[in-house]
Design a protein around this ligand. Sequence first.
Ligand code: NAD
Length: 431
Amino acid sequence: MNSITIPTFINTLKENNINRFHLVYNQQNNKVESSHEELQFLADFMNNDTRDFEEHEGMFFQLTEKYDVLQGAFVHRTKRGQAAGGVRFWQYDNLEDYLRDGMRLGKGMTHKNALAGLWWGGGKGVMVHNTDIDKNNPEYREYIYTEYGKLLTSIKGCYVTAEDVGTSVEDMQSIYKTTRFTTCIPENVGGSGNPSEPTSRGVLRGMEAAAAFLGENLEGKTIAVQGMGHVAEPLIKHLFDKNVAKVIANDINPDVVKAVKVKFSDKNLDARITEKGDNSILFEECDILAPCATGATLNKTSIPKIKAKIVCGAANNQLEDHDKDDKALADKGIIYVPDFLTNRMGIVNCANEQYGYVNDDEYFERHLTKEWNQGVYQTTLSVLKEAKETGQPTSKAAIKQATDLSMELHPVFGHRSLKIIESLVKEKWFK
Ligand code: NAD
């Protein structure tokens, strides 16, 4: 599978006149089945390699007529409601990487949404950039996102999309032209706007809970923050409001560093411009490390050198190898607060968008209170406690809690999205 490049696969689709296909889990025989005989090898791959596949209820794909862009909706589990999660626009070396990323991200959204107590299932969209075309070509972008909206309309709402890496507010507007099954729409058409500030407060609550778990608080602490973007900047402000002694932060974008430096010129902020690939911030002498830039920073190379006793940040998928890195952190006595627990506010914002807004919305703010038992603070405490009691790494404990919650049925609609998927198969959706 990893020898099949995306262009090769696209040629296979074209040779077989396939524009749309699906891979759906058959609940009766516990096997993934392909809509097309010619593509059964994809289903077999999932049946045989369960590193990322976990009974994903349905995966729906299309190839755009123009520009040859492979687009997918990876629906993982929908017992709590429609699958919700953003659409990623990315490049992949081969088909296996693409499918595995989609499945892994979809599963991650099931965990994040369930742990946040949202009545949403988990899923993710992923589309593969055609590298022959300029990624920023506005015509290309408008076309592919409008087509993506059509894909979502065709699958009748079993997956509801949102913004993710590589997708912009303008792209969301294009999706919104052809489907109602999207959240994170721009503010000028009734969307909820940028969730980065609340995300930063979620991270802060995670840090506070981890400190409290150790019988401490944030006052007087030194915090190292990787990345100084939309989440990190308000996070730095909240940290100083909590009287931390010092913040060390870095970013590869000099303009970002300069702007943040000016903002906190009266605070003990050590802000550094670093080269891409320079991860020295992770190894700072500090109490808490907050990865707020890119994923996979916690790995077998970096973990041995980390000096912080708590790691808690916003970046998605911080662990490069989930099983091994989670354990390596625990073995080193580092308290790792899983990213999918702390950075939930983005999806909370998007997922609840359709219910309208009030100022200081209690259904939103409760995630950030210290009292609500499904808020970031209490959930972090409960995960850390369970990890300690059961001797398992924190991420495993969090996934266990999330999985249990993801099995609860939506109180009104039950497992409706599964019925949608079954109907799509029956109606031969791909035709
Ligand atoms: P952002 O793009 O505004 O900020 C990220 C910053 O990291 C940028 O300024 C970039 O220059 C910098 N950066 C990239 N690579 C770096 C490196 N190797 N070293 C140092 N700096 C580096 O993004 P954001 O909205 O602040 O999000 C930060 C992270 O949190 C991302 O991983 C994102 O997926 C995740 N996240 C964000 C939200 C949200 O609400 N914004 C929600 C959930 C998860």
